[in-house]
Write a protein that binds this ligand. Structure first.
Ligand code: NZQ
Ligand code: ZN
Length: 397
């Protein structure tokens, strides 16, 4: 296990009816701005719950932070916040609202343009505190410092890191209004967050491995229950907590991480607006195929512990023999990748670029961008433009 420092400053407030606790958590003297997305919070009753909880207080509202939040929109929010001398932000909605609000919090007491801050976080000076009411389990943004911001003008999408929310309220009942596709993207996103921290090489930390496998198994068990009934409170609660625990630092202590699937996926979103979770369902299996030998020890462990592909199957496959031959390892690794793909397809997601009308032109553009930026990503820092193109060709059709 590598040395690490762990701290997570977010207070997690979880369960039915917890939005009512907002007034206890936001200082009475706060000059508050509440940020929202495109309107779902008006339709599902969450806005009314927030307003009821803060009755008697004053606040400014900013509506319109879109999925894959655009810096162009966030500049408007920063201007509004500056105009009103806002000193506390509450994000109400999905990961995009939370992420966008992290940039607002970093830009409101700053003269630098918000995009400059995204590209150069060392410019972040004084930040104002933020909190969230998270209504879409996926990003973990409610309990981490990350944010991913898009720029329409340059068709780019980049992550930056600033601060954790001081508190986050998660009421699983707020998720009952989610459309099926957003649930599918969210489950896939959560699964891949865990994979990005887990799917490297075996033997780094048995504890991290078991926690990561626990989250993945929970998602595999819970997804069919949610597909059968998305108002199943307990299933939604487990999924929601899985999303938070998947990207709040708990499964990544002292171990190598990868994150190349995310970096390649962000390019697909930047160029085509494809939803984040959907990009991951396409890229991850292809990346595992291309990097199979490098990740073999962990692929075998994953296959055995998450999908039950292991000792019982040894010797029965086309490789035959003892189950320890190179051919048998390859068979088991491929079986684990196929299971992963089948899981994503069971959620209703595409796993090939052609299904979304994306082809060679985009692959060439991503290769060009990575080369131009000098991008090298992945646990082994060996995924450059050419390797990314190789991965994308594996999932092309
Ligand atoms: O905009 P509104 O009208 O609110 O509707 C949203 C949006 O259209 C809707 N929605 C949210 N909660 C709902 C709901 N509809 C009905 N009922 C509810 N309870 O869902 C749509 C998608 O929302 P969005 O916030 O975009 O989804 P998600 O939470 O998946 O966030 C995706 C963004 O997060 C970034 C992604 O790149 C993407 O930009 N990520 C952030 C991370 C982080 N901060 O650590 C890590 C992730 O890897 C990810 O990259
Ligand atoms: Zn993600």
């Amino acid at each position: 296990m590598k040395n690490f420092t762990f701290q997570n400053k977010t207070k997690l407030i979880f369960g039915r009816g917890t939005i009512a606790r907002l007034a206890d958590e936001i200082p009475a003297s706060a000059r508050l701005m509440i940020t929202f997305g495109g309107g779902s919070m008006r339709h599902n009753g969450v806005y009314d719950q927030v307003a009821a909880a803060l009755k008697g207080r004053q606040w400014v509202e900013f509506w319109g932070i879109e999925p894959n939040p655009r810096v162009e929109t966030l500049r408007e929010a920063v201007a509004l916040g500056k105009e009103h001398g806002v000193d506390f932000l509450l994000a109400v909605g999905g990961g995009s609202v939370a992420d966008g609000t992290k940039l607002i919090a970093s830009a409101i007491r700053n003269e630098a343009d918000p995009w400059t801050i995204v590209r150069n976080p060392s410019l972040i000076g004084e930040m104002i505190p933020l909190a969230t009411v998270m209504t879409l389990p996926a990003t973990g943004s409610e309990m981490n410092a990350g944010a991913v911001i898009s720029n329409d003008q340059t068709t780019e999408k980049f992550a930056f890191y600033s601060q954790n929310p001081v508190f986050s309220i998660l009421d699983p009942e707020t998720t009952f209004s989610l459309p099926d596709n957003q649930i599918a993207y969210g489950i896939c996103d959560t699964f891949v967050h865990v994979m990005e921290q887990y799917m490297t090489t075996a033997g780094q930390s048995p504890l991290m491995d078991r926690w990561a496998e626990g989250i993945m198994l929970t998602l595999v068990e819970t997804a069919p229950k949610i597909r059968a009934d998305k108002r199943n409170y307990d299933a939604m609660a487990d999924y929601m907590l899985s999303a938070t625990m998947g990207l709040n630092g708990f499964v990544g202590m002292g171990v190598e991480q990868d994150w190349a699937t995310h970096s390649i996926g962000h390019e697909l979103t930047a160029l085509h607006g494809i939803s984040h979770g959907q990009t991951l369902a396409i890229v991850l299996p292809a990346l595992l195929r291309v990097l199979r030998d490098q990740k073999m020890s962990k692929l075998l462990q994953y296959g055995e512990r998450v999908w039950g592909i292991g000792a019982a199957d040894e010797g029965s496959g086309c490789g035959g023999g003892s189950g320890t031959s190179a051919g048998d390892f390859e068979r088991r690794a491929e079986a684990a990748i196929v299971k992963t793909e089948e899981f994503f397809r069971s959620l209703g997601l595409a796993t090939r670029l052609a299904e979304l009308g994306v082809g060679e032109e985009t692959i060439a553009e991503i290769e060009r961008r990575f080369r131009e930026r000098g991008t090298v990503i992945g646990e082994g820092r060996n995924i450059d433009g050419a390797k990314a193109a190789e991965i994308l060709r594996v999932c092309e059709r």
